[in-house]
Design a binder for this molecule. Sequence first.
Ligand code: TIU
Length: 219
Amino acid sequence: MQIPAQPFPFDFELAHTALVIIDMQRDFVEPGGFGETLGNDVSLLQAIVPACQGVLQAWRVAGGAVVHTREAHAPDLSDCPPAKRLRGNPSLRIGDAGPMGRILVAGEPGNQIIAALTPEPGEWVIDKPGKGAFYATGLHETLQAAGITHLLFMGVTTEVCVQTSMREANDRGYDCLLLEDCTESYFPHFKAATVDMLRAQGGIVGWTAPSSSLLAALA
Ligand code: TIU
């Protein structure tokens, strides 16, 4: 398959490509979670949910592999560096009890993927303690075992967990494409800058394209 993309068309084979949905969990997208404790307006992120849903549905129908990630820490916070927990002045820190349970802790209501994008059986769900999806997870091994060489990214936030994961993937040899309307930041100018920088210099990190281009190729 080939889709129009920047900086040039993106070629991929469905059987060797995974859709990677970064951290579309309640902590970031709904009020009362980690995103809001940092002082952010989470409604900005809610706007991409319909586009993400459209891509996920089409990708499932096509039979492509799906990865969902969650930024999640163990209940004893053994995988949360103190530097991460103590940084800044949030209204609640990681591990504190909030309206959706303990902030950014695995198994809590706030740590679940939002209802609109609930993982289906057979899809991979990766809990990650860092911003990048490859740090301290088995994601690379899982993808290698499945013969995956190309990754399509969506999720939040563009310049934090999505960009970090895409850079980690690029360094591990994956061809990566970011679906522009399926990612968002609490800071719109950070999203715009990230989309620009990922595809600059001949695709130094990868490609970007609107989801309509992927949907047209899958139709
Ligand atoms: N998932 C993710 O991007 N984690 C963050 O902490 N993002 C922020 O923008 N804060």
